[in-house]
Design a protein around this ligand. Sequence first.
Ligand SMILES: [Zn+2]
Length: 437
Amino acid sequence: MGKIIALLMLVALIATPVGTLFFLSSHTKLAFAPQPTAIGANTPVTVHISNPHGLRRFTAVLEQDGARTTITETRNPADRLKFWLAQFPEQDIRFNAGSKQAPNLKEGKARIIVEAQSNDLRAITDTISSDVDVVLRPPSVTADGFQHYINQGGSEMVLLTPSGYWTEAGVRVGKDMDRSFPVAGSATQRLALFAYPWDLPTDTVPVVYAKNPASTEATARFWFKVFPKKFRMRDLTIDDKFLDKVVNQIDPSGSGDLLTRFLKINGEMRRANNKTLADLRLKTAEKFLWTEPFLQLANSKVESEFADVRSYIYKGKKVDQQVHLGFDLAVTAHTPVVAANDGKVVWAAPLGIYGNCIVVDHGYGLQSIYGHLSAIAVHEGDMVKRGQEMGKSGSTGLAGGDHLHYSMQVEGVEVNPVEWWDEHWIKDHVQNRFKQQ
Ligand SMILES: [Zn+2]
């Protein structure tokens, strides 16, 4: 009896640490970041890895028609005993997949298989895979054959047809990349609205582009003519009464004197607010939500135009200069503010210098903006109809008196709204082009 107990104790003494090490061993958490759906000649793939013990082996394989090719493999010395002391951080492992790594790869379907083996006693192997299309032709792109007359500070639309292996396609104008979207009823053609920014040199050539993650990019030119525009210089005199009102309303907890606080709002906060507006382009519908021209606030007096360059004069001295990227439209105090066109509300909340603000998405990256409201009667997510009341004008934010600040943006770049108010412009530049093909 005593012998058996002694033997059991001996087994336990040996087995316990081994068992502990066995149970301390862990799986590897693996995830593509992002999931690859298509690969070309040399496409970057990223896998996010989480395993506190690190990896003994990492392997990526391309499989096509039963044939497997290892495209990357790393091995580390085995650690079966002291692994539990280790604390490896999460990491991204990057490798390239394509015909460069697997020369026999053909166009068609394939699968990327990633294996990770934990560097501990059990050395569990975990696997993820992704089905991908192999497209070995490089990207290429063609544009429509229309004549594109473009106003500096205005908008334009181009239809493009990307082919080969592409993942992104649109229009490049200067440093801006404007996305394209599918066109209903066409498997290949896409539509891109783009802005020709008011401050862009008028010899800048817009091009359509198509590219893929390997950064192979194709571009093509299209016929265009740019009409340069003169923008107005305006002096705007500001006094302590105005500063006191706007500064204490917009940034009541700011420090420093009134002028310093105002300049921070007019510069830093203006840029931050404009970034918030620009980012709303990501909340756009992949189709036009409207059919008629945009409405200008009825019976309104135009107090400021698009891209007025404003000099701020305080006590006889110029203290600041900013560009006003919208129209200031005044009627009477608390006049109803209506949706300029059918669309979806993507912002309905205070926004710094714009006060109570509404942004309506009209699809394909086109959005209208309504600022300084005294009341908002819609919510984010609401669908609105052309002419539907959404709130009342006011003087919240950076406004001296009651008016509507109205502006429009294309792919997050503010454009002159006059084109969108003009039914002829809309027909010539947008609507008729679908009929003429
Ligand atoms: Zn304004």
